[in-house]
Design a protein around this ligand. Structure first.
Ligand code: 5GP
Ligand code: MN
Length: 341
């Protein structure tokens, strides 16, 4: 992080009249939600007027994060969101790097008059006034920790903020299984522990609040839905809207399912294709050097990280699956060695 930009940000934040909008990406995950919770609490502590605005809703499994229940959803309160964006002098773009990831808020944020502060770790960020973007960090939460402690010292972090930041670090690395080989990540976690992080409580909140229907949905996906797409080292899990309803699906219920096929040695890429009310959502995961974000970008209006990417299409599920299977030939021949199983 460059010193000049931190100093410029420090000065901008000295303006007592400054109102701030904090915005996560659509379908916020643990990293986006953890960072929004942490940043809002930090702004509370330093006396800044901030609000978190979402284009949809935070999933139930992350609602325990402090302050998130107070977030304003555009789906429920469009007028209030628009008003705050009009009054705000700063927009914090959290865990994403283009306005296109802000769903129905995009028409408002795209023409935002104030300064944009980006805190993110995805490739290809847009140009903004205050850009903190680094693909080498484990998570947006790790980067946010580095930024706020540079601005206000470690004292600014209390136990609730530490829990929120750790939520992003642990979820975005799959419990320290990927994107987590930099020693600094563990130094940040060690500091968070010293600052009050209750890591067992976070684990309990994230991973020990399963419901029977969620567990059954997971089982159904693996037993009845997953296919192996020979000759490719590829697993596909298609899920219909009807199945989601059958298993009383709530947002977040399928979190992690797409990773499971990768536990098979020969499987190098896994794709979950989920039929939602609005459109079909794709989740891509891969091992090693395989860049699934390229596949997501070329065919599915998406993008993301090398090993975890997503996209969507406004087409029927069977058409989406056909497109996926057809484009697999191109993707595996271009980007994956040892293609046949
Ligand atoms: P997930 O599969 O968990 O929904 O998404 C994995 C990652 O892919 C996210 O962290 C995000 O970086 C990226 N991603 C998901 N959906 C999209 C999308 O529609 N567009 C872009 N650019 N990235 C996405
Ligand atoms: Mn992230």
């Amino acid at each position: 992080m460059r010193r000049e930009i931190i100093e410029k940000l420090r000065q901008r934040l000295e303006d007592d009249s400054l109102k701030i909008a904090i915005i996560p990406h659509i379908s916020a995950d643990g990293d986006a939600a953890g960072a929004c919770s942490a940043l809002w609490q930090v702004f509370d502590r330093v006396g800044k007027q901030a609000r978190v605005l979402t284009c949809d809703y935070f999933p139930d499994y992350l609602k325990w994060l402090k302050r998130l229940p107070d977030a304003i959803s555009f789906q429920k309160h469009p007028g209030e969101c628009a008003k705050w964006l009009q009054e705000a002098g700063m927009l914090c773009m959290i865990d994403h790097n283009t306005f296109t990831r802000e769903g129905d808020l995009e028409p408002f944020t795209r023409h935002f008059q104030g300064d944009v502060l980006m805190i993110d770790h995805h490739p290809d960020p847009i140009e903004v006034a205050y850009r903190f973007s680094d693909t080498r960090v484990s998570s947006t939460c790790e980067l946010l920790y580095l930024l706020v402690t540079r601005l206000w010292g470690k004292e600014i972090i209390n136990a609730d903020i530490a829990n929120a930041l750790y939520t992003g670090i642990t979820t975005d690395t799959g419990g320290f299984s990927h994107n987590s080989s930099n020693p600094r990540t563990y130094r940040v976690v060690a500091e968070l522990l010293a600052l009050g992080l209750d890591k067992d409580q976070v684990f309990d909140r994230l991973y020990q609040r399963n419901t029977l229907s969620r567990l059954r949905l997971e089982g159904h996906c693996l037993l009845n839905k997953m296919t192996i797409e020979e000759p490719y080292p590829l697993a596909i899990i298609p899920i219909t809207l009807q199945e989601l309803e059958e298993f009383h699906f709530k947002d977040g219920d399928l979190e992690g399912v797409v990773n499971m096929p990768l536990s098979i040695e020969e499987i190098l890429v896994s794709v979950q294709v989920t039929e939602r009310k609005e459109r079909v959502k794709f989740s891509f995961r891969s091992k090693g050097e395989i860049p699934v974000n390229i596949w997501a970008r070329h065919f599915f209006n998406g993008g993301g990280h090398r090993n975890a990417a997503g996209g969507q299409l406004d087409l029927p599920l069977d058409v989406c699956l056909k497109k996926l299977r057809e484009s697999a030939a191109w993707f595996f021949s271009e980007y994956v060695n040892n293609t046949p199983l």
